[in-house]
Design a binder for this molecule. Structure first.
Ligand SMILES: Nc1nc2c(c(=O)[nH]1)N[C@H]1C(S)=C(S)[C@@H](COP(=O)(O)OP(=O)(O)OC[C@H]3O[C@@H](n4cnc5c(=O)[nH]c(N)nc54)[C@H](O)[C@@H]3O)O[C@H]1N2
Ligand SMILES: Nc1nc2c(c(=O)[nH]1)N[C@H]1C(S)=C(S)[C@@H](COP(=O)(O)OP(=O)(O)OC[C@H]3O[C@@H](n4cnc5c(=O)[nH]c(N)nc54)[C@H](O)[C@@H]3O)O[C@H]1N2
Ligand code: SF4
Ligand SMILES: [Mo]
Length: 704
């Protein structure tokens, strides 16, 4: 049987890959090979290369699991019984506490079709306001900033390959060498042409190693840094006055505001030397093609959206957005992180990036759905707020979790676990018994990426086809069918289909005229054109690889400056919790680790959670390399092995969040939310560190 061209199950690069079944005589299973797709050009990282191991994995769930009470073990059930229980659980909560007592928590890994169906299911089948998703923990700050400044949220307003054509690239809080390894080819190609790269990260990451300049700020100070760079741009007359005049509004107020960010002050806040800031701003202004790329390091803060706006201000003042091989972009994370935020999984949103509170949007989407607009609920609350209120007055009592492992990945995870336990009813759809699924009343085994059809929208805004390349095991079903079947049990079956193409065609109509317009994108076109970039408002439209050439998506076509000011992190170090903790990713593991901790090569590469700590700090604590470290914050504690490394600031430790149990980094993190985006402060909190007695320490007494 020939191989099938599909895409990786993991990150937003959505590398093209060919999946080929191995003959039974060779033991069965599937081979995987990088395909010559425009983003990865044959490259795959170790996660993509090992992804087919999950298809026939022995831990795979292949039958629904149910139980009558949480103290009992699960027992296997038929799909009919499981789905009856789901419908009954959701209905009982709604009858007792009102419609909004049943809800859904979705994921940015779901296909466009599933994300769309999930949003519609909650609004139409449950008629509830209670839906949000893990993208709130990922892209919400950058999305909020993009909408406010440019009038639209497409993470990258240009194709990935444009990176190779930029003369200067600044990455702030982005580590693609580990988080999107095949994308590094475009950076490397730029550097071969003589491009200069700058990395802003509290760690000297693999990405920073490959760059020319590394700025190593205190976590949570990127906003001050951006304002400081803009101050210097004004001082040295590097602002593009003609661009500011012709293409933007709001500059004067920003120019005045950044006067307070004189270099010495910014050095004191950020720890970045004035000389390095001077060099950076001159590099950014000197080239004709300059990009500023943002990611989670800058955005996952209680001031993440203002921080993104500060870097956008800098980009606008230098005249970058809309210029060839220039601009500001945010590097989306999850497989369908972009599409997942366009079709109604977000509490305040309808398909096509329409807003639920907007009467015209309600009217259009209700029309496509065949409903009266008044039947649609109003916006609900954001992801962490929903989790924080589970099982309480006014909160959700019966929850469906689809494609997220919140017990590991949500902030303040021990609290989230308690809240999940307080639910009347929890149903989790997953491929494996994740830490969250372990708490459920009903577990639904779902099909995975290579076993079904659908579309994804990659990091560039290119809509691509995920093709079926393997047979799903007997007993598993697609989320699309699950939602349609539960809707039918709720008496709303006529509104739902379980066929991806049918759902996608409806999504196209629902998106028509919206910001994320998919009207002209069909499965056939995606096939023929190797993906189509949205917006694509009709069949004759070529799609839009590059935005902002002529105008921005604001009513007057101009980009908007915003006055934004530095403020301290929600929690700063003190006597009791003297250090800063930041969190993020390692190369081998993906997110909550449900998939990659079950993959042999990846587990061998990184068998446990390791916290990075500077040797100077380790010496103060009497800690040797490899020692067990207890980390404590106001929320909880976690235990991880220490790795001594000079690549991190000596006042900060870094922990990955890929692990559960006592290694759960999110037991530590601060759920302080950004007021505009409702993003939690994953990237900085105050932490206390102690060597676990009896493990490998230096034997020295810790310094007083
Ligand atoms: N291997 C792997 N790849 C992945 C994923 C994965 O789980 N594993 N997940 C995917 C997803 S969903 C996402 S969202 C992307 C995320 O991709 P990235 O944003 O590249 O990943 P992170 O490791 O979360 O954060 C990036 C960097 O931010 C730095 N940082 C921490 N605090 C600060 C700060 O205050 N300021 C600045 N400037 N930097 C800071 C960290 O040291 C880290 O190196 O990766 C995607 N790719
Ligand atoms: N401390 C800290 N916490 C973080 C972050 C951080 O940087 N630091 N980053 C945040 C970010 S950016 C993100 S994106 C989140 C991600 O965190 P999660 O939302 O937990 O993401 P995953 O681990 O990808 O969870 C996906 C789950 O769904 C399952 N799954 C995969 N495909 C499907 C499918 O098609 N259907 C169904 N039903 N299930 C499926 C997988 O097996 C897995 O259990 O974590 C956030 N949490
Ligand atoms: S970079 Fe992302 S999409 Fe590409 S193979 Fe690795 S995990 Fe998969
Ligand atoms: Mo993410």
């Amino acid at each position: 049987m020939p191989g099938v061209l599909t895409h990786c199950p993991y990150c937003s690069l959505q590398c093209g890959m060919t999946v080929t079944p191995r003959p039974e005589s060779a033991g069965g299973g599937h081979d995987v090979e990088g395909a010559d797709f425009p983003t990865n050009r044959g490259g795959l990282c170790e996660k993509g290369l090992s992804s087919t191991e999950l298809l026939g994995h022995p831990d795979r769930l292949t039958t629904p699991l149910v139980r009558d009470s949480r103290d009992e073990p699960f027992r296997e059930a038929t799909w009919d019984e499981a789905l009856d229980r789901v419908a009954a659980g959701l209905t009982a909560a709604q009858q007792r506490y009102g419609r909004d007592a049943a809800g859904l928590f979705g994921g940015g890994g779901l296909t466009n079709e599933k994300a769309y169906q999930a949003g519609k299911f909650v609004r139409v089948a449950l008629r509830s306001a209670a839906i949000d998703y893990n993208g709130r923990f990922c892209m919400s700050s950058a999305a909020n900033a993009g909408i406010r400044a440019f009038g639209i949220d497409r993470g990258m307003p240009f194709p990935l390959a444009d990176i190779a054509r930029a003369d200067t690239v600044l990455l702030v809080g982005s580590n693609p060498a580990d988080t999107m390894p095949p994308a590094m080819r475009w950076f490397a190609a730029g550097r071969e042409r003589g491009a200069q790269h700058i990395v802003v990260d509290p760690r000297y990451t693999a990405t920073a190693v490959a760059a020319d300049v590394h700025l190593q700020p205190v976590p949570g100070t990127d906003l001050a840094l951006a304002n400081g760079l803009l101050h210097l741009a004004v001082k040295h007359r590097l602002v593009d006055a003609a661009y500011v005049r012709d293409r933007t509004t709001g500059w004067d107020a920003v120019r005045r505001a950044v006067r307070q960010y004189w270099p010495d002050r910014v050095e004191r806040i950020t720890g970045v030397p004035v000389k390095v800031m001077e060099r950076t701003v001159r590099m950014l202004a000197a080239s004709r093609a300059t990009m500023i790329l943002s990611a989670r390091g800058a955005e996952q803060h209680a001031k993440g959206s203002d921080t993104a706006l500060a870097w956008i201000n800098l980009a606008l003042a230098l005249g970058l957005p809309g210029r060839p091989y220039s601009g500001w972009a945010t590097v989306t994370g999850q497989g369908n992180g972009q599409g997942g935020r366009e079709h109604g999984q977000k509490a305040d949103q309808l398909p096509g990036y329409r807003m639920l509170a907007d009467p015209a949007a309600r009217e259009h989407v209700a029309g496509v759905w065949g409903l009266d607009p008044d039947e649609l609920p109003q916006p609900g609350v954001s992801a962490y707020e929903m989790l924080d209120r589970l099982g309480t007055d006014g909160g959700v009592r019966a929850l469906m979790v689809m494609a997220s492992n919140v017990v590991v990945s949500a902030p303040n995870a021990a609290h989230v676990r308690r809240r999940l336990r307080d639910l009347d009813f929890l149903v989790v759809s997953d491929l494996f018994l994740s830490e969250t699924a372990e708490l459920a009343d009903v577990v639904l085994p779902c099909a995975q990426w290579a076993e079904e059809e659908g579309t994804m929208t990659n990091v560039e805004g290119r809509v691509i086809r995920r093709r079926q390349a393997a047979q799903a095991p007997e007993g598993v079903r697609s989320d699309l069918a699950v939602l349609a079947d539960v809707a039918a049990r709720l008496g709303r079956g006529e509104f739902f289909s379980d066929d991806p193409r049918t759902v996608f065609d409806e999504l196209r109509r629902a998106s028509s005229g919206g910001k994320a317009d998919y009207t002209g994108i069909s499965y056939e076109r995606i096939e023929a054109e190797r993906g189509v970039f949205w917006p694509c408002p009709d069949d004759a439209h070529a799609g839009t690889p590059r935005l902002f050439r002529e105008r921005f998506a604001t009513p007057d076509g101009r980009a908007r400056f915003h006055v934004v000011h530095h403020r301290a992190a929600a929690e700063e170090p003190d006597d009791e919790y003297p250090y800063r903790l930041t969190t993020g990713r390692t190369r081998a593991h993906y997110q909550s680790g449900t998939q990659t901790r079950r993959t042999k090569a990846l587990l061998d590469a990184e068998p446990e959670s390791v916290v990075e700590i500077h040797p100077d700090l380790a010496a103060r604590l009497g800690l040797a390399d490899g020692a067990d470290l207890q980390l404590r914050t106001r929320r909880g504690s976690a235990r991880m092995r220490a790795r001594l490394t000079t690549t991190i600031r000596s006042d900060t430790v870094f922990a990955p969040f890929h692990w559960g149990g006592e290694q759960t980094a999110n037991a530590l993190t601060n759920p302080a939310l950004d007021p505009a985006s409702r993003m939690p402060e994953f990237k900085v909190c105050a932490v206390a560190l102690e060597a676990v007695p009896g493990t490998t320490t230096t034997g020295e007494e810790p310094a007083a």
